[in-house]
Design a binder for this molecule. Structure first.
Ligand code: G3D
Ligand code: MG
Length: 234
């Protein structure tokens, strides 16, 4: 149920995720590999499951004996995105205790993607996702000034006794410009890889668009603005 705003119809559509996992033959030639690095921050109230989610995603394990995160933990995940592209994801697992202080600005610096997580069985963690979103949007933007893509994750969907229903999540996601939302269970490994793939897919497309824009504008500028080439920077 990952949803994404569809620019073509101004509405929403279900996004099907497709990643080529297997390398295809390339007539025996070794393809040139491009490597991309993305910094992704994982934020939300304490105990919603951020560290468990990262652990599940990176190591496919779930442990009950974590110490609460103090400060920030880093994890690296390497994805083979296609025959020619490798992605390095740097995951910053930020302690919830550090919320909304000057410190978050340091954590958010240069982030290109964000996960905001809440616990479906803890209503205040859901309400606080708005504060987290505002905090990120006010301190962190992409190079073109737009907000960084932000996924809203409703964790612990394996548990009964929910305190938040789907309609409320849907409304919050739409009204506050999240990139997508889905229920997850770090414990059961539900939608963990899928939600990350969705975010990576969005980040990749934004990066490619930005690369194309800068290529196009430099191509456009060269003939139209010949005086630029006479500019002297020495
Ligand atoms: P945090 O990093 O956001 O602070 P943690 O959260 O990953 O440390 O998890 C906090 C508690 O929630 C842990 O329980 C952890 O096992 C549990 N948890 C995390 N994700 C899930 C989930 O998807 N389902 C369920 N049922 N529990 C989850 P303890 O008991 O160790 O404090
Ligand atoms: Mg933690």
């Amino acid at each position: 149920m990952i949803r994404r705003r569809g620019p073509e119809e101004g509405g929403y559509y279900l996004k099907k995720l497709q990643v080529e996992e297997d390398s295809q033959s390339n007539n025996g030639e070794v393809p040139e590999m491009t490597e991309r690095l993305f910094k992704v921050i994982i934020i939300g109230d304490p105990t919603v499951g951020k560290t468990s989610f990262v652990q599940r995603y990176v190591q496919d394990s779930f442990r009950r004996d974590y110490k609460g995160t103090v400060g920030v933990d880093f994890a690296l995940k390497i994805l083979k995105w296609s025959d020619s592209e490798t992605i390095k994801l740097q995951l910053w697992d930020i302690a919830g205790q550090e919320r909304f202080t000057w410190m978050t600005r340091v954590y958010y610096k240069d982030a290109q993607g964000c996960i905001i997580m809440f616990d479906l069985t803890n209503r205040s963690s859901f309400l606080n996702t708005l504060k987290w979103k505002k905090d990120v949007d006010s301190k962190c933007t992409l190079d073109d000034g737009s907000p960084i893509p932000c996924m809203l994750l409703a964790n612990k969907c394996d548990l009964p006794h929910r305190q938040v229903d789907q309609l409320e999540i849907e409304r919050l996601y739409k009204e506050h410009n999240f990139t997508g939302w889905t229920e997850t269970s770090a414990k059961e490994g539900l939608m963990v890889t899928d939600s990350m793939r969705f975010l990576v897919d969005v980040m990749m497309r934004q990066k490619n668009d930005a690369d194309n824009d800068s290529e196009e504008s430099s191509l456009r500028l060269t003939p139209a603005e010949p005086e630029l080439s006479r500019t002297c920077y020495c």
